[in-house]
Design a protein around this ligand. Structure first.
Ligand SMILES: *Cc1c(COP(=O)(O)O)cnc(C)c1O
Length: 393
């Protein structure tokens, strides 16, 4: 392995551990336990296991370790811990480092389950959480106070695609000593430079672009070796949110192609957003990579690309949004994102259904809003599908 390898090379080779058979494709070690050469060897490993010594799959496994090493190399993080789902990663990153009496500041526009963890769960254990409009630096400044333990936000928010100025929020947080934890799903690990821009901890739902083919749930927490080994690992080991070796194998193979997929998906997203500009059925077309987006400068500076997801706000409200969805021929109606298959979602009636109307409105989740996760199908076919469905809406 070479530290000098470029990303595309690391995605194919980094972290590989070969068995005595010399297999080309990484092996799936479907084992929960490991055999020791002697009683003394077992004792020694329980006292201190080396990086390539395993004890029990809840603690670690060779296939899981290969995935952790490869995603850490992609993200530019010192270490990673793989988890059973994206939410095991989000909750693990937060709960492992917080205690009663701590104060957290979080952006208001969050994935529903992240909102539950911050608003309903952490507060039950005596953590105080202040929510802010993540795009307004004055609100972050006002909410942060000496001793604030952590800030949490989605760098690009779902489904309205607002973008948070990560370097600016990280600088404010670090002034008061707060740990910066970001959920970077919409940025994707391919476009992320979160750690060099000030994030202390980066969390992904691997279910999205890392798998990229809609097969398995998974997640990962990335950060310093000290944070991962001393804070996250004991918590995850003992509470049971480990990634299965089967899932790790899927995610490892996903990483081999993630850069190719995300690049193709991003190019098609851009082609779709260009094609729909000014369409009579649209009230708004939202894409962080389009010059009209209010935080376009931040996106290009921090990520260099707009990502794989766009949102369309149909002027005719829910009825028009439903006509649009039902007229799609290639794009599927579902709720994953980052998948090889293009997927359209109506957040107001599905993923964000439970939010009261005033909170939906405050987050910009209008009745006409449709989120489109762009897949790897032919660009022209996708543009034609979306344009046809818009005409039918
Ligand atoms: C999907 C998602 C999660 C949760 O991931 P799971 O793998 O479904 O548990 C968390 N945050 C964001 C932004 C997501 O899109």
């Amino acid at each position: 392995m070479s530290e000098d390898w470029k990303t595309a090379t690391k995605l194919v080779h980094h972290g590989a551990r070969r068995s005595q058979w010399g297999e080309v494709s990484e092996a799936m070690f479907l084992t929960q336990g490991f055999v020791y050469d002697s009683a003394e060897d077992a004792q020694a490993r329980f006292i201190e296991a080396g990086p390539d010594e395993f004890i029990y799959a809840r603690y670690g496994n060779p296939t899981v370790a290969m995935f952790e090493d490869r995603i850490a190399a992609l993200e530019g993080a010192e270490a990673a811990f793989a988890t059973a789902s994206g939410m095991a990663a989000v909750s693990g990153a937060l709960v492992s480092c917080l205690k009663a009496g701590d104060h957290v500041v979080a952006a208001r526009a969050l994935f529903g389950s992240c909102l539950y963890v911050l608003e309903n769960l952490l507060t039950r254990y005596g953590v105080e959480v202040t929510f802010v409009d993540g795009t307004d630096l004055d609100q972050w400044r006002a909410a942060l106070r000496p001793g604030t333990a952590a800030v949490f936000f989605e760098t690009i928010a779902n489904p309205t695609l607002e973008v948070i100025d990560l370097p600016a929020v990280a600088a404010l947080a670090h002034e008061v000593g707060a740990r910066v934890i970001v959920d970077n799903v919409f940025v994707t690990p391919v476009h992320s430079r979160a750690i060099e821009q000030g994030a202390d901890v980066v969390v992904y739902s691997a279910t999205k672009h890392i798998d990229g083919q809609g097969r398995a749930l998974g997640g990962v927490i990335l950060g310093s070796t000290e944070f991962i080994r001393e804070t996250v690992e004991p918590y995850m080991k003992h509470t049971g949110g480990a990634m299965s070796p089967f899932t790790a194998w899927i995610m490892l193979k996903g990483l081999e192609t993630i850069a190719l997929r995300v690049r193709a998906q991003t190019a098609s997203a851009r082609a779709i957003i260009d094609a729909v500009q000014g369409h009579a059925k649209l009230a708004r077309a939202i894409y962080p990579g389009h010059p009209d987006h209010p935080q376009h400068d931040i996106v290009m500076r921090d990520m260099g690309a707009g990502g794989t997801v766009l949102s369309l706000d149909l002027a005719g409200g829910q009825a028009a949004a439903f006509r649009f969805l039902n007229a799609l021929g290639i794009v599927l109606i579902s709720n994953n994102l980052g998948d090889a298959k293009s997927i359209a979602t109506h957040p107001a009636t599905t993923t964000h259904q439970r939010l009261p109307d005033d909170r939906k409105a405050a987050l910009g989740i209008t009745p006409g809003l449709v989120r489109l996760s762009v897949g790897i199908e032919d660009t022209d076919d996708l543009v034609a599908d979306v344009m046809g469905a818009l005409d039918a809406a």
